[in-house]
Structure formats: structure tokens, C-alpha cells
Ligand binder design. Structure first.
Ligand code: PMP
Length: 408
């Protein structure tokens, strides 16, 4: 059954919003964060209104209800990602997930002589922790270049770079280009070289169903807020044998078995890495989000997003002075259209688009090495998701044409 986009839109109260200037909101900043369906907002409100309590601590009724809801959410989220709850560590998002790999695994297992392979396409979240580790532990960080004609990774260079690597860290889908990297091949190449592989799936998870156990990556970092869930939560999926090589990083309450003035013994498995009061409302909200997403076939979702994005990109290519960075028309592209106008500054263009009600992102998108490779300091980016429509895309093109006629 084709997706009923109007029914989907009805689940998102914010899409009704008019801006202070009376313009209808058209939200094209989904790669920054997606909007949230009402069921997610309601699940979080219900927790706060009806059973707000700390989990895993007291024996009273509310604490029991909060603990049950929290554990149910973990099971739902792990099942959504095709794995068991024991391989899921809650984090604040993809950034914390990657840092957790750096601090709890790499710091313990890598040092002088080890090579970490990154790509020029990485988000800063998947660059800076490794640069810090290089300073601290003497590991070598190597960058795989992109091909600036096709906007894809140079796979020949990657094959060479991974040969003596200990860890390969690759973004699943680029937040700037919308390009999906061939992660299955990269996992195989990395494992063949004896390296562990970390995938940054912050942008991939909203666009395709990730099955962690089938995929076979060692680490997968995900943010809830880009896939209909709340901010403040995400997870790091870790293969159980690799989790055994990790040491506690942030410590305090909950991660311990016992503490005395002599020292501490720690919990085992994921519980060793989730310290302090859990993200209870956020986990419940994310659980509701994956339940909401579960009603769709993500291949159909991808096809819909890709149709809107590729139509928009094709129209933009006809507008004089517009240059697109990426190939959103490719079938595997994930709904991000990065662009610049030759004479209108990107900030100015974003403001002019905002005046028409169109929310797009402007800047370096936390991917400065990629900007350097593209030879630009920033881009504008329109990014689409499940609830965006062709009507919105048509209105966007009409407004963009109008703005460019007026100001260039
Ligand atoms: N990686 C990529 C590719 C991203 O797009 C983002 C968010 N822009 C992140 C990592 C970081 O995610 P978060 O801010 O949710 O931790």
C-alpha cells in the first residue's frame, strides 16, 4: 500500500504551524532534527503527568511503572534495530556514542602504532574524538578522500587505507551530501583487514531499517531525534564480544555492583556504561517513535523521500546560478540537497527562504573537512523526510526562483 502522506502529516501537530509573518511552515531541515509525531509527545507527557518517578531505585508503584516502561522501551528499540537489549547502550545521541567508543574501547585497546581510518565525509562528531585520541595515545588518523565529481568515497583509497587499520569509522549517510556509503562492503573490507568498524548512522537510521545483527558492524551510533524521537537520547549498539573489551568511562550511580571506601566493582554489559538517573522520558518517547515508524516499510519511505528530493534537485539545476553539491537524484541518496547560489550569500539566501516559510540549514554542517574538499566554506541544505510533499517542493522551487530573480 502506498504511503498516505496526508495521514502521516496529521500525526505531526507542528506541520500546521504558521510563522509570525503568517507564512505556512515548510520544514526542510530534517537532517538537523525531525519533527515528532503526537504519539511520542503524548507518551512523554503521560510519563510526566501520571507516573514520573526515578527508575531502578524505589519499590513504590510509580517507580515500578517507570522501570517497566523504561525496560519495555529498551526492548522495543533494540528489536527495531534487529538486536538484543544487551547490545544497546543508551547515550545522549550519536556524538556521545562515538565518544564512548573512543573513551571506553579505543583508549583501552589502541595506542602507538595503531591506525584509525576516517573519511573526509565525516561529521565532526566522528573526527574530533579520534584527533584527541591521536594526541593522547599516539594513534595515527588517516582520512579517505572523496571524489569531488561523483561526491562519493574513493573506494580504491579506502581499500588501501584499511589494510593495516585497527579501527575504521565511516558515516553511513552524509549529512551534507545525502550520499549513502557502501557500508556492507566497508564492513567486509575492515573485517578482512582485522579492523573493528564503527558506523555513524545518525543520518542513515531515519532513512533505512538498520539490522545490527545482520549488518555485522562492531559499533553503530544513532541519534533518536533525527528519527521521530526526542532530543537527549540515542544509542551505541555494540557486539557483545566487543563490549567485553570496553572499560567503564563515566562512573557514578547505577553502573556499580558495590562501592566501599576500598573501591568499586562494576555491573556487567550495557549497565556498566549507563550511569546516573536514566533518560526515562526520552527512552519512553523513543520507544513510541520506533513503534510509530514500525508501521511503515522503510523502503517505501526512502522511495518517497528520494522522489521529492530528486525532483527538487532536478528543478534547482535549471535555475541559473545554483550549484548542487551531491547527486540527490541517485536512487540511494537520502533526501539531502546541498546547494549554493553564485552571488547570493548562503546566510542571506536562508533568510530569504525563511521569509517564505521554508526552514533550511545553512553553514558548514559540522563537516569542515568535507567543506574543504568541496572548496566552499558552507552550503545551504534542504533535507526531506517522510511527511514532506511534492506540493511543498513545488512551492519551494517557486519561492527560490522568485528570490533569485529579485536579488541576483
Ligand atoms: N553524525 C552525523 C552524520 C550527523 O548528521 C550528526 C548530527 N548532525 C551527528 C553525527 C551528531 O548527532 P547528535 O548531534 O545527535 O549527537
Amino acid at each position: 500500500m502506498p504511503l498516505d502522506i496526508e495521514a502521516i502529516r496529521a500525526d505531526f501537530p507542528i506541520l500546521e504551524r504558521r510563522l509570525p509573518n503568517g507564512k505556512q511552515l515548510v520544514y526542510f531541515d530534517n537532517a538537523a532534527t525531525s519533527q515528532k509525531p503526537k504519539c511520542v509527545i503524548d507518551a512523554m507527557s503521560r510519563y510526566y503527568e501520571e507516573y514520573n518517578s526515578n527508575a531502578h531505585r524505589s519499590i513504590h508503584t510509580l517507580a515500578g511503572e517507570a522501570t517497566t516502561a523504561l525496560e519495555y522501551a529498551r526492548e522495543r528499540i533494540a528489536a527495531y534495530f534487529g538486536t538484543s537489549p544487551g547490545q544497546l547502550i543508551y547515550t545522549s545521541g550519536a556524538t556521545e556514542g562515538i565518544n564512548l567508543v573512543a573513551y571506553a574501547w579505543a583508549r583501552e585497546n589502541l595506542g602507538d602504532g595503531d591506525v584509525i581510518v576516517l573519511t573526509e565525509m565525516e561529521h565532526h562528531a566522528d573526527i574530533v574524538p579520534w584527533q584527541q585520541l591521536a594526541i593522547e595515545r599516539g594513534v595515527e588518523v588517516r582520512y579517505v578522500p572523496i571524489n569531488t565529481e561523483s561526491f562519493t568515497l574513493d573506494m580504491d583509497a579506502l581499500e588501501v587505507a584499511v589494510v593495516d587499520a585497527s579501527l575504521v569509522c565511516v558515516v553511513h549517510v552524509s549529512n551534507v551530501l545525502g550520499v549513502r556509503n557502501p557500508i556492507e562492503d566497508i564492513i567486509d573490507m575492515s573485517h578482512a583487514a582485522g579492523a573493528k568498524i564503527l558506523l555513524d548512522c545518525a543520518q542513515g537510521a531515519p532513512h533505512e531499517r538498520i539490522n545490527f545483527d545482520q549488518l555485522g558492524a562492531d559499533f553503530v551510533a544513532i541519534s533518536a531525534h533525527k528519527m521521530a524521537g526526542p532530543t537527549g537520547i540515542g544509542c551505541l549498539l555494540v557486539k557483545s564480544d566487543v563490549m567485553e573489551q570496553m572499560v567503564p568511562f563515566m562512573t557514578g550511580g547505577l553502573v556499580i555492583k558495590s562501592v566501599s571506601t576500598e573501591g568499586t566493582t562494576f555491573q556487567e554489559g550495557y549497565a556498566m556504561f549507563e550511569t546516573g538517573t536514566p533518560r526515562i522520558a526520552e527512552a519512553i518517547g523513543w520507544g513510541a517513535a520506533v513503534e510509530w515508524l514500525d508501521q511503515f516499510d522503510m523502503r517505501e519511505v526512502h522511495e518517497h523521500i528520494n522522489n521529492v528530493a530528486s525532483w527538487t534537485a532536478a528543478q534547482m539545476r535549471e535555475i541559473p546560478g545554483i550549484k548542487i553539491y551531491g547527486e540527490p537524484e541517485r536512487e540511494d541518496s537520502s533526501g539531502a540537497v546541498s546547494f549554493l547560489h553564485e552571488s547570493i550569500q548562503s546566510q542571506d539566501l536562508a533568510l530569504l527562504l525563511d521569509e517564505g516559510g521554508f526552514a533550511v540549514r545553512t553553514g558548514h554542517h559540522c563537516a569542515q573537512p568535507l567543506m574543504d574538499a568541496l572548496g566552499v566554506p558552507s552550503t545551504n541544505r534542504a533535507s526531506f523526510w517522510i511527511y514532506n510533499t511534492m506540493d511543498e517542493a513545488e512551492a519551494f522551487i517557486a519561492h527560490l526562483q522568485h528570490v533569485i530573480r529579485r536579488f541576483s
